[in-house]
Design a protein. Sequence first.
Length: 145
Amino acid sequence: MARPDKLSVIAFTGTFEKVHYALATAAAAAAIDIPVTLFFTMEATRALEATGSEGQPGWHALAVERKGVSNAAALDATNVERGVAGFEELLEACVSLDVRFLVCEMGLAAIDLDRGKLRDDMTVEIGGLVTFLNDASADGSSLFI
């Protein structure tokens, strides 16, 4: 299988583990010089919310799938203790490696999230499926997480 010339990732599911893995995948691809677009929609968009209801980064409010873990922040702390890159570390890596962050306009409307509540410490573009599909490459790979 030939190496893709671009990676296009749809982050759809709003669970910490899946969004974390989307970020890890994007950072890994970008680190080996594969251009990446991360397209956030529906509940996954909350990962890019500047602050949630508790005044913490929006990703703290993401649901967790792992049994016995109470919340995303606790799971992130456990991951870091075990040598796994933390959520903020992965976000920063993606930003520094020029991963394109695209947020679905329809997804924002569906979860009633105002675009002004998204993080301002990174470039987050607003677009739709047409924008995402036009950005994808015929010789690239697409993932739906």
